[in-house]
Design a protein. Structure first.
Length: 259
């Protein structure tokens, strides 16, 4: 498998939008009423054009001050400095927190050899001050670096990567189709974050347009299940990398396709 989950951990999220680590072996959900419980999975894909990182996690650092995300990349057998593209679905802090690393009190790009691909509208919205879900101090580092690639609308990054503005979770949220090594990987960010959402129709309150996100999930599943996409699900608590499999009755289910 060319796709790797860089699992950052389990978290609870309440109305404060703070991501609090959750350890099921010692923590109780009852002590965190009104919370949503999620996992965080940035993904790494080996492509013919180099390593692709899809979203960057919350940005937790280890005891040595390096990002857990960079450690996880090494654990998967790769070097962080070899990442060619950082593909960002949107810029909420749980997806963009690992864009930079703190080096002795100074932020530096966590992936200095990579181009960071962001929708221009999402970038502008992040700086608008209308939401506290963004950390603009880390975006300032990227803006000064020369590594920022702003794209607009739908397009083709190279012969393997397509991006599409979906606009369900945030007004300029984007999804990625990556065709490499004979596989079609689909990353839906926060519009297809968990496998259960393909099979339960509901409009989420945390989305900019919950009904649009609901319709998009159905669209992605209807097309991807038939075409054999590999779904990469950022907040899944069970299957993070899933492949559709046809059942005896002709319907499709999602099965674990990870290593």
């Amino acid at each position: 498998m060319q796709a790797h989950s860089l699992f950052e951990g389990s978290f609870s999220v309440d109305s404060t939008k703070k991501f609090i680590p959750f350890d099921a072996s010692k923590d109780s959900k009852k002590d965190r009423p009104g919370s949503l419980f999620i996992h965080v999975h940035p993904f790494l894909i080996e492509s013919a054009n180099g390593l692709l990182l899809l979203d960057t996690g919350i940005g937790f650092a280890d005891n040595d001050g390096d990002l857990q995300l960079r450690y996880n990349i090494r654990k998967a057998g790769f070097e962080p400095d070899n990442v060619r593209y950082v593909l960002l679905s949107h810029l909420h802090k749980d997806h963009a927190g690992g864009m930079v690393v703190d080096r002795n009190g100074t932020f530096r790009l966590a992936f200095p050899e990579a181009e960071y691909v962001v929708q221009r509208g999402e970038w502008e919205d992040a700086y608008s001050g209308k939401s506290d879900s963004y950390r603009t101090e880390i975006f300032d580092v990227l803006q000064r670096s020369g590594n920022l690639l702003l794209v607009e609308g739908n397009g083709v990054l190279n012969n393997e990567i397509n991006y599409e503005v979906s606009g369900g979770h945030t007004p300029h949220h984007q999804v990625f189709h990556i065709r490499t090594g004979g596989e079609h990987f689909f990353f839906g960010g926060d519009e297809a974050p968990e496998p259960e959402q393909f099979f339960r129709q509901f409009a989420a309150k945390y989305d900019y347009d919950g009904r649009k996100s609901m319709a998009l999930r159905q669209q992605y599943w209807d097309q991807g299940s038939v075409e054999g996409w590999i779904f990469l699900m950022y907040h899944s608590t069970n299957i993070a990398i899933g492949r559709p499999e046809v059942k005896e009755n002709g319907e499709y289910r999602l099965v674990d396709a990870s290593d």
